[in-house]
Design a protein around this ligand. Structure first.
Ligand SMILES: *[C@@H]1O[C@H](CO)[C@@H](O)[C@H](O)[C@H]1NC(C)=O
Ligand SMILES: *[C@@H]1O[C@H](CO)[C@@H](O)[C@H](O)[C@H]1NC(C)=O
Ligand SMILES: *[C@@H]1O[C@H](CO)[C@@H](O)[C@H](O)[C@H]1NC(C)=O
Ligand SMILES: *[C@@H]1O[C@H](CO)[C@@H](O)[C@H](O)[C@H]1NC(C)=O
Ligand SMILES: *[C@@H]1O[C@H](CO)[C@@H](O)[C@H](O)[C@H]1NC(C)=O
Ligand SMILES: *[C@@H]1O[C@H](CO)[C@@H](O)[C@H](O)[C@H]1NC(C)=O
Length: 344
């Protein structure tokens, strides 16, 4: 009698558990049966370049970005000035250096271990044309290689639930020097993805054209949506991430841009929406709400970062960034930003 009474309760109590483990993909049940190529993901441009310095593109580190729902990361790999590791640097390791690739990848590994239903994507700008085997060494150090997924060029992308079940939940692209014989999972970006133009300093000129690779639409695409300030100085124009107006850049402006691209590319939504200062938006319109709209899922408002990030100017204080040598002297002298930031 007691047992027959308990049994239905036990059975019922297992249902929600089963649901969270196998029927939610990147936070939504709706995604599980969709192909990876049918989903839009929030991407951060120069994800590693965070802090208060002028060259920074983000306010928060990658661990915070993961917590907040960023699922694609644009990283720059540089030769280290100190050792054999690949270093995450902005333009030049003397300007902004956030440490070894392995250190950041370790944080990604720990996120994946704690969140078994999440798929993430990493884009490498291979600044110094580094050999893929050296990237693999960084992934090995971070225990991340086991999670890396390989997709044949031109093949149909599997569903999100298939990718999650495979355990290989990290999709990696590199812009130059890929070698699919030695490191098959570090895939040549432009065989799979095209990008819209990235070098923009006009808030009224968001384009939806194929920029890289030239005029060759691929299955997936990335919309670049961030602004530079052009500063005249030291005899040449330099570009720095436009921080002041990020909240307007990342709200209606963004919604209109991705809508336009969806129309221009025959109804196909962007797969990656890459922005600076991802935590900035206006009211409940921000990159997360815009991407939820693209995916036709419900957006739940939340606080991003630690909730205190200012939308306007802020003083440089990032003690965890190393800005040294000549560059810091110049930045200090000019008071404001003056750097060479062209490029992703
Ligand atoms: C919140 O994050 C900002 C960086 O965007 C940092 O400057 C500030 O100290 C943080 N505040 C707290 C209370 O952690
Ligand atoms: C990595 O995680 C540590 C510990 O949580 C954190 O202090 C650090 O800022 C994180 N680094 C990145 C790049 O996310
Ligand atoms: C990066 O380092 C590798 C190995 O030391 C070297 O072969 C290569 O030339 C370097 N690339 C650049 C652009 O400095
Ligand atoms: C690497 O990951 C595997 C499987 O996820 C785990 O068993 C192992 O302890 C990890 N190693 C380190 C050094 O974290
Ligand atoms: C949409 O994108 C196209 C292609 O870049 C551009 O010519 C057009 O001006 C854009 N439309 C709007 C409303 O931004
Ligand atoms: C921010 O936007 C305002 C209004 O459009 C404009 O006047 C100002 O120049 C912008 N600031 C920067 C730093 O671009």
């Amino acid at each position: 009698m007691k047992l027959s009474f308990l049994f239905p309760l036990i059975a019922i109590s297992f249902i929600p558990l089963a649901k969270t483990q196998s029927q939610v993909c990147n936070g939504y049940t709706e995604f599980c049966s969709k192909s990876y190529s049918q989903i839009a993901f929030v991407a951060t441009h120069n994800s590693y370049a965070y802090g208060g310095v002028p060259a920074a593109n983000q306010n928060y580190d990658i661990s915070t970005q993961l917590k907040d729902g960023v699922r694609a990361f644009l990283l720059d790999g540089h030769n280290s000035t100190k050792g054999s590791d690949i270093e995450l640097c902005h333009t030049n390791c003397n300007l902004l250096d956030t440490g070894t690739a392995a250190n950041t990848l370790k944080n990604i590994t720990s996120f994946l271990q704690k969140n078994p239903n999440e798929v993430i994507t990493i884009f490498w700008e291979n600044y110094d044309n580094i050999d893929p085997l050296r990237y693999k060494a960084e992934y090995d150090k971070a225990n991340l290689t086991q999670y890396c997924f390989t997709q044949p060029v031109g093949g149909t992308w599997p569903t999100m639930s298939k990718i999650i079940q495979s355990g290989q939940r990290v999709i990696n692209f590199i812009d130059t020097n890929a070698n699919t014989n030695t490191v098959p999972w570090l895939m040549p970006e432009y065989s799979y993805v095209f990008e819209t133009p990235f070098d923009n300093s006009d808030p009224n000129a968001w384009r939806c054209t194929v920029d890289r690779p030239k005029d060759q639409p691929q299955q997936l695409y990335l919309v670049n949506h961030f602004l530079y300030n052009v500063i005249q100085g030291l005899g040449s124009a330099v570009e720095v991430p436009e921080r002041q107006n990020a909240s307007s850049t990342n709200s209606d402006n963004l919604a209109k841009h991705v809508q336009n691209c969806t129309n221009v590319f025959d109804g196909k939504i962007p797969n990656f929406v890459a922005i600076d200062f991802y935590d900035q938006g206006q009211g409940n319109v921000n990159v997360f709400s815009v991407v939820a709209d693209l995916n036709k899922v419900t957006y739940t408002p939340q606080t991003y970062g630690n909730g205190t990030s200012p939308s306007g100017s802020k003083k440089s204080s990032a003690s965890d960034l190393k800005v040294n040598g000549l560059f810091s002297a110049v930045i200090a002298l000019m008071g404001v930003a003056t750097f060479i930031i062209i490029g992703l």
